[in-house]
Design a protein around this ligand. Structure first.
Ligand code: BG6
Length: 468
């Protein structure tokens, strides 16, 4: 019997800001990333998505490559300010038409679109009025979601509301490395709560509009393991699971926060504050499926030192784990090097088994929820030999992780699709263009010419043989 179900979706993923470019074309409004990336010192070597890989103008060429690759599905995000330059109100029809044409092109090639409504590029106009800390942004998100359902709901069946609260709230409101560049845990918790409520409202609207499809949420899946079995490190690891996983999954899959952590947060930080009706909204609007973005596991130890909130954005291996430099929160936990681990140049541990373990942990805690692996991939500086991009390390990485998905399916998990990150080399938010993930190389010295990598042909064969 084949491991992967007959209609399993072999996909690939991208996000609007990272590929589209055309940052101010045809009526698009600015997003917080347009503003932030233009501030000195915010991104790697000042890179930004003004042009990115110009997918906005080249999407037909890109979709033709997707078809050649044999993709069954393509996950992409919609740029909210391209549709609604002010975040709400006036509609930019040119933006609506762009995604409509993209969807049609995908469907013509038999590629199922999977839309992410929010992959971090909040309209700047909404940030100016408080961003995710304001409940008005919840209303605006519902308006935006309804516009998308109305214009694309006749053709698109797979939807997710948000991508990775852990990153855009964590970096945006705790470490300050992403816009809006705030460092305040209480404000982070309140902004995050508003995201959960915006998600619930968008799910309710989806069901009211009777869209013939499914709606979910995409989260980071990061597995944690204690450095050793000392009680302090085991407790630190449980706390990391609680904050990085349960806090972010429970509200969208169970319709409530993990109660002990909620009490702890409210008593120590005074957040999140609920409005009347919030509890019911969460309870009544849980997801149809969950999207999991898996890249790495973290080894956890108790942290008796100060908070350190830097990550490796240079690709200089080892810098994240130098003594005293480890990412961590004072008195809570820190992420340390696994002495037996295999790491990428960005100090991300390559641990395929963690994907099986993570999927099974989700199944154990949340039951038989349908799962899509919405991101998984290797960020690397790919070797070019005689003009060919020979990304053997990526092939190894993906092969091992696909085996890990197969193991989870054999163990009874309902995994319905796998979307490597990324379809094409794109802008990494903080790492510029040097951290490559794609099946397709983009030559920035030759007018962004596309070139198939070795992994392109490998994945093409894998899809042809349905992963076996
Ligand atoms: C995920 C994001 O966090 O990881 C992507 O959804 C991102 O947008 C990807 O690009 C890889 O992260 P990085 O930092 O290596 O680009």
């Amino acid at each position: 019997m084949a491991t992967f179900p007959k209609d399993f979706l072999w996909g690939a993923a991208t996000a609007a800001y990272q590929v589209e470019g055309a940052h101010d074309a045809e009526g698009k409004g600015p997003s917080i990333w347009d503003t932030f990336s233009h501030l000195p010192g915010t991104t790697y070597n000042g890179t930004n998505g003004d042009v990115a890989v110009d997918h906005y103008h080249r999407f037909r060429e890109d979709v033709a490559l997707m078809a050649e690759l044999g993709l069954k599905s393509y996950r992409f995000s919609i740029s909210w300010p391209r549709l609604l330059p002010e975040g709400r109100g006036t509609i930019n029809e040119a933006g609506v038409t762009f995604y409509s044409a993209l969807i049609d092109a995908l469907l013509e090639h038999g590629i199922e679109p999977m839309i992410t409504l929010y992959h971090w590029d909040l309209p700047q106009a909404l940030q100016d009025q408080g961003g995710w800390e304001s409940r008005q942004t919840i209303d605006a998100f519902e308006e935006y979601a309804r516009l998308c359902y109305e214009r694309y709901g006749d053709r698109v069946k797979l939807w997710s509301t948000f991508n990775e609260t852990l990153c855009f709230i964590g970096f945006g409101y705790i470490t300050g490395a992403h816009p809006p560049g705030i460092r305040d845990p209480a404000r982070a918790l309140q902004a995050c709560h508003h995201v959960f409520i915006a998600h619930a409202r968008a799910v309710a609207a989806f069901r009211q509009c009777a869209i013939a499809g499914k709606i979910g949420f995409v989260n980071v899946l990061q597995t944690h393991t204690p450095l050793d079995d000392t009680p302090a490190n085991v407790a630190a690891c449980q706390l990391a699971d609680g904050i990085f996983t349960h806090w972010l999954y429970d509200p969208v899959l169970r319709g409530e926060y993990p109660i002990e952590l909620l009490h702890l947060a409210q008593s120590s930080l005074g957040a999140p504050v609920f409005d009347p009706g919030d509890e019911a909204l969460l309870r009544d609007n849980v997801c149809d499926f969950i999207g999991l973005n898996y890249y790495k596991r973290e080894t956890v130890a108790a942290n008796h030192g100060e908070s350190r909130l830097q990550i490796n954005t240079t690709g200089q291996k080892g810098s994240a784990h130098q003594a005293g430099n480890e990412f961590g929160f004072k008195d809570l936990f820190k992420f340390v090097r696994n002495p037996n681990g295999v790491y990428t140049d960005w100090d991300w541990e390559i641990y395929p088994q963690g994907l099986t373990e993570g999927i099974m942990q989700i199944k154990e805690r949340y039951g038989d929820i349908p799962i899509y692996i919405t991101e998984n991939g290797l960020g690397a500086k790919d070797p070019i030999i005689d003009g060919e991009v020979v990304d053997d390390d990526r092939i190894d990485y993906l092969r091992q992780h696909i085996d890990a998905v197969a193991d989870a399916i054999v163990q009874g998990a309902d995994v319905r699709g796998y979307y490597p990150w990324s379809f094409i080399d794109l802008l990494s938010w903080l790492n510029g263009f040097q951290k490559q993930y794609g099946f397709v190389y983009v030559d920035h010295q030759r007018q962004l010419a596309r070139q198939r990598k070795k992994s392109f042909f490998w994945y093409q064969q894998l899809i042809r043989h349905h992963g076996e």
